[in-house]
Design a protein around this ligand. Structure first.
Ligand SMILES: Cc1ncc(COP(=O)(O)O)c(C=O)c1O
Length: 359
């Protein structure tokens, strides 16, 4: 068996601990998970309806072109259907871009800390991650532009950034974009864009037709409540989309994901409730976390960081025993921080109680 060192040395991504696994390991029940930035309300009811109706067709392959979802997305986003690539989560679009454009020794610029899959996928492709440290928890776009070399193929701009929940401003993004060569792909990962309230936030789609190469990624996993279905998409120039559509598997989005996402896309009531509940939950949590005396960092997303001023891994373990799953930020370079996702009101309440006990 022969594999390149960069594959043998890959460290697998550690996802948020599933509830079922926790309860099996600790012999407890009634646990809650606030660790993976999911939608606590559940899936969109319209998506469920669509999925139930499609179950009888499971013996057939899905539509490889994902015609109806692509068409509806194109209408909603006011882009051409040829500018859209659908994937098995937006994760797959990241992977497709890396696979199509990165060769051994090529460089990819990314913020640090940020979504860990960027680095994993670059390493899996034999490329080199050029990590640019955040400044005050915000992407250092100037530093990222300065890091561009003749080997740079891709730049990841996670906006808002996971795990800090911060955004870059439109003005800073435009100065940055001006400095990036047109043949470098700027991937604007907008997994949490639906939650953003700050009006200075740039929208990747606004730069689709400019002279730079901007690919915007979105997902149905967060605000749309469909993380388990695995569906997301990228919007980019037609030539780029065409390449990715040639690289992808023919049936990369499954039948239930296609119909679920299509229905969820028009479930405005669900989306609005989700966003409004998250903002209410955030106000409550900020107030309570402050009352407990912890420092926290305001967010533009459905998750935020809390500074525990002690080893987050130890606190994480203690919280697990009390049936509350959060995310220790050790792997992200913040050994004293946890990241929590906003839950249902009763889950938020429970989190606060448990946090009070580990103080
Ligand atoms: C910043 C960011 N991008 C992309 C993803 C991937 O989402 P999915 O593959 O579920 O669409 C996530 C998921 O946590 C994320 O936080």
């Amino acid at each position: 068996m022969k594999t390149p060192d960069y594959i043998a040395e890959l460290k697998p991504y550690t996802p948020g601990k599933p509830i079922e696994e926790l309860e099996r390991e600790y012999g407890i029940s009634g646990s809650i998970k606030l660790a993976s930035n999911e939608n606590p309300i559940g899936p969109s009811p319209k998506a469920l309806e669509g999925i139930m109706a499609a179950l009888k067709d499971l013996h057939r392959y899905p539509d490889g072109s994902n015609y109806y979802l692509g068409k509806r997305l194109a209408e909603k986003l006011k882009v051409s259907v040829d500018q859209i690539v659908l994937g098995n989560g937006s994760n797959e679009i990241i992977e497709l871009i890396v696979r199509a454009f990165l060769r051994e020794g090529d460089e990819v610029i990314m913020p640090e800390p940020s979504f860990l899959m960027y680095e994993i996928m670059v390493q899996a492709g034999g490329g080199k991650s050029v990590k640019v440290a955040l400044k005050e928890r915000v992407l250092d776009l100037e530093g990222m532009a300065e890091s561009v070399s003749s080997k740079t193929r891709i730049i990841f701009v996670n906006n808002p950034n996971n795990p800090t929940g911060t955004i870059v401003s439109r003005a800073d993004f435009e100065v940055f974009l001006e400095r990036v060569p047109p043949d470098v792909i700027v991937v604007v990962d907008e997994a949490y864009i639906e939650f953003v309230q700050d009006r200075t936030c740039p929208i990747g789609l606004d730069y689709l037709d400019g002279d730079k190469t901007v690919a915007t990624l979105r997902t149905f996993s967060k605000a749309y409540g469909l993380a388990g279905l695995r569906i997301g998409y990228g919007v980019m120039k037609e030539g780029l989309a065409n390449l990715l559509n040639r690289v992808r598997q023919p049936f990369n989005t499954n039948l239930l994901a296609q119909v679920g996402a299509l229905a969820a896309l028009d479930d405005d009531a669900f989306l609005n409730k989700t966003v409004s509940d998250v903002h209410k939950g955030l106000s409550f949590l900020y107030q309570e976390v402050e009352r407990l005396g912890f420092r926290y960092f305001p967010t533009q997303t459905n998750f935020f960081l809390i500074d525990l001023e002690q080893d987050a891994k130890i606190v994480f373990e203690k919280m697990l025993r009390m049936g509350v799953i959060v995310r220790p930020m050790t792997a992200y370079g913040y050994p004293n921080y946890i990241r929590i996702s906003v839950g249902l009101p009763e889950e938020n309440q429970r989190l606060v109680e448990v946090l009070g006990k580990v103080r």
